[in-house]
Design a protein. Structure first.
Length: 277
């Protein structure tokens, strides 16, 4: 059974992002959730979440069919093909809903990248939770996964490059140096045994890997940028693609750098693991 625990403060140093958030509430259907902001309400008992009766929902074109033995539906709150591939490789059945959220960060969060990544992961997952609950006649149980990845060097957050000049600047900054890649994952549990009974709980963690680049000259940077894989990636590189040639060393989980630390996700939420006969 998935357990949702209370939030702990996250240490700032790499590899120590073991802090977890949790919040839960039981409300009537008329009271819609407010994303990740329900942190001060009473925790939902794990017994309140049924382990029988699969969730019924219309299949979408991107859906990966779930085995009939699953007691819940897994929903990935991300349009990232890399995150989809990581879940598929792990044998996890899921559907996809792409959240429409504002990713603008408050100034105080910009100084705390792990907290910033967790905030955005919660914001994305919370938006999809509201969509699920808005489905007419929804009853059953669902797990919603939201994630956000940030590249951080010397305390500065490197997001997705705005243009070619921005991407060039980022790669020059990363050249010959070590930076951190922080991926936060927010796992939301939805239980609706009856139309007027809604139970919610969530827990969020952040995982950090360290990546060291080779020394790069401008010709190498220009050649890489011509490959066209930089502009939807934090830090302007894709380690699962041609960007691997820029990397000298990775300390920590490669999946964290790609965008979803699946091994840790399954370790902390073993019920998500594929069911074996």
């Amino acid at each position: 059974m998935l357990a949702m625990e209370n939030t702990e403060n996250m240490p700032a140093e790499p590899q120590a992002e073991n802090a977890e958030r949790a919040a839960a509430t039981t409300v009537g259907r008329a009271a819609e959730p407010e994303g990740a902001e329900r942190r001060d309400e009473a925790p939902v008992p794990t017994e309140a979440v049924p382990t029988s009766a699969p969730v019924e929902r219309r299949a979408q074109p991107q859906d990966v069919p779930a085995p009939a033995t699953l007691a819940f539906e897994v929903v990935l709150a991300s349009g990232s093909p890399r995150r989809r591939q990581l879940l598929q490789d792990a044998g996890i059945a899921f559907t996809v809903r792409v959240p429409d959220v504002d990713e603008t960060l408050e100034p105080d969060l910009m100084a705390d990248p792990p907290e910033a990544a967790k905030k955005l992961a919660e914001r994305k997952a919370g938006a999809v939770v509201q969509e699920v609950l808005a489905d007419a006649g929804f009853t059953g149980m669902a797990i919603v996964l939201g994630a956000d990845t940030m590249v951080v060097k010397d305390g500065q957050i490197f997001g997705k490059p705005k243009n070619l000049s921005d991407a060039t600047h980022m790669l020059r900054q990363l050249s010959g140096a070590t930076h951190q890649v922080v991926t936060a994952v927010s796992v939301w549990m939805i239980s609706v045994p009856e139309p007027e009974k809604v139970s919610l709980g969530f827990r969020t963690f952040a995982d950090t890997s360290r990546v060291t680049f080779h020394e790069l000259v401008d010709d190498q940077i220009a050649d890489y940028l011509r490959k066209g894989e930089s502009f939807d990636k934090a830090g302007a590189y894709a380690i699962q693609g041609e960007g691997a040639k820029l990397v000298k060393q990775v300390e920590g989980s490669l999946d964290t750098v790609i965008g979803l630390p699946v091994e840790r996700l399954l370790r902390e939420f073993p019920d998500l693991a594929p069911q074996t006969a």
